[in-house]
Design a protein around this ligand. Structure first.
Ligand code: PLP
Length: 493
């Protein structure tokens, strides 16, 4: 057996479940009707009645179970193996969180339950808001937004309202060239225009460039700290001062909070509003498009604008209050993705302050260990041999010497049983390989991954064609990604 976990396994082909359908086959057995039958046409308005039965697949229970079980084996997950997808914080999610979220009192609670019958749920919301506020140094938190990007959007809506109330909504938002794509999207959706700020050669936000661009037309600066090249923005204090002195707000993209918890608080270094990605930092399985949760935290001046309803604690108990006249209103139906919030609550309660601090310390230690192991095989464009919670390498030297690119390295990793890192992001690093091991990986797992990275770099020099042909150990080989995006074949022939 190879030293890597590898990917050879039973790989079933699986047609669409509709193609398995056989007239009259069923997976359900219903008891005989013991009440008089009615014609739906007599009970419901005619226009709501179908002319033809819905085209549902007619399959037996084992066919359904096998179909979905087989499909599940096509997926790679953090429960299979190391998943260093940078920026996404693919940490292992403790199973006890799943148990807590599935407790009937949590999972079956109807969102229209009156407050007095949902005291426990509102208390969880109230406490989670306070715990996140404590971790971040923010004066107020709303759990409504459904994802990180939605939290960004909500924060900028609040900033816009605060500025509008001052009589000056302003026009632009500054964004560093290392930012995540959701930042400019947020700006545009809020009716602002984006102005990019370039980083220094060392990869930091440059206070001088900020000072040059920061004028009376700028509503906010959106920054990520640690930034997307895995470095702590060392000029953050100075940058905050410049933005505040010209009447702007400093937004912090909180997606990288996993590097800071218990060690530094965004609110203490000048951030006025930020989002939390509960599904990243606070352990909810993610990667399939949700559900996630992107609470937003704000400084004192913005608390009055938080979305409503807000959970409040009174002498008579907890309630959901609409009584905040300056609110931006509701940004999500009901109270956000409650199940994800419950998982974060369980995680926060389990770890406590010392545990959260250790999470961040271990995440940073693991990334630095990985950096140390691969630095002689890959070009590391930034960071003086050290990083925060993620390592950004590049294919510069490999490409020059062997024509093996980042894409080939990623495919080679798949053959060795690893999920590839984030590739070609951040854009300021050409051929980027952004690896985030997270705190949940053991020393051995980091070493196995580094060994695979090094083996690939060596193979690039001896047999580059082998890497151009990767992956070979998977159910499907290298896909034509352009055709897959432009001319997808969604139905098996
Ligand atoms: C993931 C991420 C986001 C967006 O968060 P979603 O929850 O995916 O919407 C924003 N910024 C950074 C730096 C991220 O890594």
């Amino acid at each position: 057996m190879s030293k890597h976990p590898g990917t050879k396994t039973i790989g079933f082909n699986e047609p669409l479940i509709f193609d398995r359908s056989k007239e009259g086959r069923s997976g359900a057995s219903l008891p005989k009707l013991d009440v008089p039958s009615v014609d739906p046409g007599e009970v419901f308005p005619k226009e709501l009645i179908r002319d033809e039965a819905a085209a549902l697949p007619q399959v037996s229970e084992p066919e359904v179970v096998r179909h979905f079980t087989r499909l599940s084996t096509w997926n790679f997950s953090v429960d299979h193996q190391f998943y260093p997808l940078g920026s996404c914080t693919m940490k292992y999610n403790p199973k006890i969180n799943e148990w807590v979220a599935r407790l009937p009192g949590h999972a079956n609670l109807h969102p229209y339950t009156p407050d007095r019958l949902a005291q426990g749920a509102i208390e969880i919301l109230w406490e989670t808001e306070r715990m996140l506020g404590e971790v971040s140094g923010m004066a107020g938190v709303s759990l409504q937004p459904a994802a990180g990007a939605h939290g960004e959007l909500t924060a900028l809506m609040m900033i816009r309202k605060a500025l509008t109330d001052r009589g000056d909504p302003r026009k632009k938002v500054l964004i560093p060239d290392t930012a995540h794509g959701t930042n400019p999207a947020t700006v545009t959706l809020n009716g602002y225009t984006v102005e990019a700020v370039s980083s220094t050669e060392e990869g930091f936000l440059d206070p001088e460039s900020v000072a040059q661009k920061m004028d009376d037309s700028v509503a906010a600066l959106m920054m990520t700290n640690p930034n997307t090249i895995g470095l702590f923005e060392k000029h953050i204090g100075e940058v905050a001062e410049i933005v505040h002195s010209r009447g702007g707000f400093l937004f912090g993209d909180g997606a990288n909070l996993n590097a800071l918890m218990g060690c530094g608080r965004p609110g203490d270094f000048g951030i006025d509003a930020m989002q939390f990605n509960l599904h990243k930092t606070f352990s909810t399985p993610h990667g399939g498009g949700g559900p996630g949760s992107g609470p937003v935290g704000v400084c004192e001046a913005l608390v009055q604008y938080l979305p409503t309803p807000r959970p409040v604690k009174t002498a008579e108990g907890f309630l959901l209050s609409q009584d905040f006249p300056n609110t931006i209103g509701r940004v999500r139906s009901f109270l956000g993705n409650f199940g994800v919030i419950v998982r974060a609550y369980a995680y926060l309660r389990e770890l406590g302050a010392p545990g959260l601090k250790k999470v961040s310390q271990m995440a940073v230690l693991n990334a630095n260990y990985l950096l140390h192991l691969i630095k002689d095989s890959y070009h590391i464009p930034f960071g003086d041999g050290r990083c925060m919670h993620e390592v950004v390498a590049s294919d510069r030297d490999l490409l020059k010497e062997t024509h093996v690119s980042t894409l080939d390295v990623a495919k080679g990793l798949i053959d060795r049983g690893f999920h590839p890192p984030t590739v070609y992001f951040p854009l300021v690093v050409k051929g980027a390989l952004m690896c985030e091991p997270t705190e949940t990986e053991s020393k051995e797992a980091v070493e196995e991954f580094a060994a695979a990275m090094i083996e690939i770099a060596e193979l690039a020099r001896t047999d580059p064609e082998a890497l151009h042909a990767a992956p070979q150990n998977t159910r499907l080989g290298r896909l034509d990604e352009t055709a897959a995006a432009r001319k997808p074949i969604l139905k098996a022939e």
